[in-house]
Design a binder for this molecule. Structure first.
Ligand code: ADP
Ligand code: MG
Ligand code: MG
Ligand code: MG
Ligand code: MG
Ligand code: MG
Length: 671
């Protein structure tokens, strides 16, 4: 997917009459896909990553860094005029939610470990191309201003008072899509899909979305979020904020705070559907653990917060559930009758209570024929769409087994939030449009990616069964992003190689708890997470372990159980990953593993802690948890230096430790 399809997405009130249609037809499309692709086998371990970038305008005269919402044509340009350049460099450019965002992936997937640094080379290439194009646009700027592309998970001043976008007069007109007190609609991708998603989520819910993040408490931190102000543009939305915000919390009220943050994702193809289910189940508990180890988001809306990651911000930012579904009272009962939001009258009696947002941790293990799975591991409350479940189980196209049917029947409790007028009628034998409408707006920590009807066993040109790993905050440097990507790749390859010699299962309720813990400040060194006592016995018993133990213990640690065995199996080491340090071809892989090992052991700090330390030790910081324009500007300059592996201020050393810094600054990446 490069450019978005043209078309007219319907507003909530026009689209909701088609909700049932989309679900019914989407279910039929899924059945056709299963019929075509269920028997695929021996697909290679293709994989790829996705990196999300932020475009920024840096004003060196006034010492302010703003998000660039002018140059989003970069996505069109790199997919048209400069398409060949991208193609020649195996780069693909995608749109994202934020108008200031770009997503980039390899043009074609990688196969296996490649030479250990191919992924990073590709990431470097992507950034170079984006940077090259931005430099062309930058010619319009007056002296002292420039454009920059950075991988920052959350832009600390998105939505803060003052100037955080590179446009004038952003508040001289209304922001009717989000109705946020803080984010103008110019933060949203211009393609009509995105403002429509934003508005439809709000209208279905019957209220603005609402995220209260605990404030980081410092000496002069105020008791309340002082940025909430009165306004009389929208009723009832403008009346909600004071009631919805909580003491001691930073209050966010728009999808853009979440979808406007950046992440790193990886997709892996398994040989067949059984193995992809097993890979999925095995990665379930890696998601919260790796989220904690990737933590890179300590500040939102101009405030330091008492948490380190973006996840719950997006989760809340796209939470379309009505108050009834969330089992809470509406903020303003007068405007949100019985807490039923924008749900149509006919549908109201069918509503169920739904414990989690459509953007959340995985809900169900997929099970399958592997000998370790049993249903008691799925021990949380997970509502399902009974109609979809029954159809998947009983039909003459492709009868599902219960556990896989339940997974999809759960996804199908969600309504479509953007239906295109032109796409209402689809041919279920060839299209997966309705199915993907529901599937791709269920944003979980993992996605079980389904092929299409063309993916019959003999057609190897169509992608097969894939698992997407989605929890990670994006890292500052290509080096780190490549490190995390390769790390998850090795774990996935280990899982596929060891197969049922591994028993990955624990209780889903413990995974949910881990997800919660992964948010806390300095979780890497302060929290304990549920982790299996053994992956090689039938036990499902877990213990609460520190991240250091989870990575480094001998019995069930990630290095001992997954990384060392797969490196030995590949013949790259005799016993331990540390041997790679002297490997002629895989030395860089050693540093990838080391960067993660060092963070997990607490030898070096997380990106979130690194940013937090930068902010609280900045001369302009007033111990009030606020991130000023000057601090934000200096932070972005530091990001630039790190991105360029410039160690003039010893920042590479501070982030990675001496030996990695020495390696990074003296070793050129071979392509
Ligand atoms: P989405 O946004 O839906 O996750 P993208 O196209 O942005 O999809 O990213 C998909 C990722 O999967 C890319 O990194 C791409 O290289 C990779 N990929 C493409 N084909 C395959 C395949 N057959 N198996 C595994 N990964 C693949
Ligand atoms: Mg993508
Ligand atoms: Mg996205
Ligand atoms: Mg993306
Ligand atoms: Mg993705
Ligand atoms: Mg996507």
């Amino acid at each position: 997917m490069g450019l978005l399809a043209a078309g007219t997405p319907l507003t909530w009130y026009d689209s909701r009459r088609y909700n049932e249609h989309v679900k019914t037809e989407g279910t039929e499309q899924l059945l056709q896909v299963m019929k075509a692709a269920a028997n695929r086998d021996h697909d290679p371990l293709y994989w790829g990553d996705e990196v999300e970038y932020m475009l920024m305008e840096i004003d060196d005269t006034n010492c302010n860094t703003m998000l660039d919402v002018i140059d989003d044509k970069i996505i069109t340009d790199l997919n048209t005029d400069d398409y060949q350049l991208c193609k020649d460099n195996n780069v693909e450019i995608h749109p994202e939610y934020g108008r200031f965002m770009v997503e980039a992936t390899p043009g074609g997937p990688y196969h296996g470990l490649t030479n250990g640094h191919f992924v990073e080379s590709n990431m470097v290439e992507r950034r170079k191309i984006i940077d090259w194009k931005l430099n062309q646009y930058a010619r319009r700027l007056s002296k002292g201003k420039r454009l920059s592309v950075l991988t920052m998970t959350s832009f600390p001043r998105l939505g803060a008072s003052g100037k955080f976008l590179n446009i004038e007069n952003q508040w001289d007109h209304k922001n009717s899509a989000s109705r946020s007190l803080f984010l103008p609609d110019e933060t949203i991708n211009r393609h009509v899909r995105f403002p429509t998603l934003t508005a439809n989520i709000r209208v279905r819910r019957g209220e603005k979305v609402c995220i209260n993040l605990p404030m980081y408490k410092d000496k002069f931190t105020p008791e309340y979020d002082t940025s909430i102000h009165d306004r009389e543009w929208f009723t009832p939305e403008d009346l909600e904020s004071k009631l919805a915000s909580k003491k001691g919390h930073v209050y966010l009220d728009a999808m853009g705070f979440g979808m406007g943050s950046a992440c790193l994702q990886m997709t892996f193809q398994a040989p067949n559907i059984e193995k992809s289910r097993f890979l999925y189940d095995s990665l379930v508990n890696f998601a919260p653990i790796m989220l904690a180890v990737s933590a890179a988001a300590p500040a939102f809306k101009g405030w330091l917060v008492d948490q380190d990651v973006r996840w719950n911000v997006i989760s809340g930012g796209v939470d379309c559930r009505t108050p009834f579904e969330r089992s809470t009272e509406p903020i303003l009962p007068k405007y949100n009758k019985n807490g039923l939001g924008g749900v149509s009258e006919e549908e109201q009696s069918k509503l169920q209570r739904i414990p989690k947002s459509r953007y959340s941790c995985v809900d169900l293990f997929l099970g399958g024929k592997n000998k370790h799975f049993n249903r008691t591991y799925n021990d949380t409350e997970v509502p399902i769409n009974d109609k979809v479940l029954n159809r998947l189980l009983e039909n003459d196209i492709f009868p599902f087994d219960y556990d896989l049917a339940k997974h999809f029947a759960h996804l199908f409790i969600r309504d479509p939030i953007a239906i295109y007028e032109e796409s209402i009628n689809q041919d279920n034998m060839t299209s997966t449009n309705h199915f993907e409408n529901i599937q791709s707006t269920n944003w979980q920590t993992l996605r079980f990616k389904v092929p299409n009807q063309k993916a019959i066993p003999s057609n190897k040109s169509a992608p097969g069964w894939r698992i997407e790993f989605r929890p990670l905050d994006v890292q500052i440097t290509d080096f780190e992003n490549a490190a995390y990507a390769n790390f998850i790749f090795l774990i996935s390859e280990a899982i596929l190689t060891l197969g049922e010699n591994l028993n990955p299962y624990l209780k889903m309720s413990q995974v949910w708890e881990n997800m919660h813990k992964a948010h806390s400040m300095d979780a890497i060194v302060k929290e304990k997470f549920y982790w299996k006592d053994s992956f090689t016995t039938e036990t499902s018993s877990t213990s609460l372990l520190s991240i250091n133990e989870i990575f480094h213990n001998n019995e069930s640690g990630i290095f001992a159980t997954f990384i060392n065995p797969i490196l030995m199996y590949r013949g790259l080491v005799n016993k331990e990953w540390q041997e790679l340090q002297v490997s002629p071809n895989y030395q860089r892989l050693y540093y990838y593993l080391k960067v993660i090992s060092d963070r997990a052991s607490g030898k070096t700090v997380s990106v979130a802690r690194f940013i937090r330390n930068f902010i609280i030790s900045h001369p302009d910081y007033k111990q009030d948890s606020q991130v000023s324009e000057l601090i934000n500007y200096d932070l972005s300059l530091m990001f630039e230096r790190l991105t360029n592996l410039d160690n003039a201020n010893d920042e590479i050393t501070a982030l990675f430790g001496h030996s990695t810094a020495e390696y990074l600054t003296t070793t050129k990446l071979n392509k």
